[in-house]
Design a protein around this ligand. Sequence first.
Ligand code: DQA
Length: 137
Amino acid sequence: MKLIIINGPNLNLLGKREPEIYGSQTFDQYFRELQLRFKNVELAYYQSNIEGELIDKLHEVGFDFDGIILNAAAYTHTSVGIGDAIKGIETPVVEVHISNVHAREDFRHKSYISPNAKGVIFGFGLKGYDLAIQSFL
Ligand code: DQA
């Protein structure tokens, strides 16, 4: 089982960024925990702040990996391009958000990812990535 976690803009700042919303753990720390917990899963990780790079990565892995766990962060709410990329690939995508986007500003309620995602997990903190991995097993 080959899965990849793809994180979008500003998620490189996890641990420092608005810790009251996103927690105080860095994603690198959390990723190591996931690797230890899911030893039978070949788990890759990619982060970019650039929309086109996220689309390129979706194209690269989207015919090869068994699953994509995507937190497109702010691009979730704006990117027709990322939405179209998900339509164009074969690998199923599970959308994750750390925070409960529906308990926040209205602009966070719209997602260009959800209509083509296999499922959506939000509001459980970093644990959402763990739940997303489990959804593929
Ligand atoms: C987020 C929610 C988005 O609205 C926000 O822009 C983010 C992170 C989350 O994981 O809760 O950057 O995707």
